[in-house]
Design a protein around this ligand. Sequence first.
Ligand code: MLT
Length: 262
Amino acid sequence: MKNKIKANNTEIAYRDRGEGKAIIFLHAFPLSQIMWDDQIDQLSTSHRVITFDWRGFGDSRLGDGIASLDLFADDLAALMDGLSIQKATICGLSMGGYAALAFFRRHGHRIEKLILADTRATTDTEEGRRGRFETAEAVRLHGVDVIVETMIPRLVGETSLKNRHHVCDKVRSMIKSADPETVAQALIAMAGRSDSSELLAEINIPTLIIVGSEDKLTPPVEAEFIRQGIPNSQMFIINGAGHLPNMESPADFNLAIENFLK
Ligand code: MLT
């Protein structure tokens, strides 16, 4: 069941299940907290697990819009305040990872342990940035259908494309139900995000980096860059999974987290 909470002039939809130390999951673009179903189901037997929709995504309201990823970080802090959570393990995947890094920059004292999955520390290239602006415009003009079929083979790995059709279907339905204006604003916010390469050396909390071996969007070389940059970090590669290993190989993903949190 989803609940709603007021945060920074908007309303955030979230799920809060289980007891014990809190772990909060930050979803990817252009998806929703539904991508964490396998994590909330399994990990809530031993932890307090929180999943939520970024403003404008899923069942959360866009409010005043997505000015930047820093606002996502502040929304997360407001959600934690609302749930009386002072400190938690933060797990961000891809765009969720960008937001987790912004959260470290702005509210780092509230992170117990950090999990960065299938993400990158660097900013976009000029070409990448241009592409995001073009896609934002196309989505505003024609709706999210223009990105659905091109995004699926980028988000899931080759193995899932062939053998895990239920994952592709679930990803497709999340993208199809995304709000076009939110998608456009999130693209522009991602294009404007800060470079976090220098920040990595300052991350002084236990950190786990996870990546799917078949991730084409943020391949293992990006994860290795993060691992080398964060002093107290470890890395786990999930074989046979792409950019969404938490959905493609949930048992491996959850086991990596359970071992890290022990
Ligand atoms: C995501 O999965 O969140 C996005 O692919 C991130 C990005 O577009 O950089």
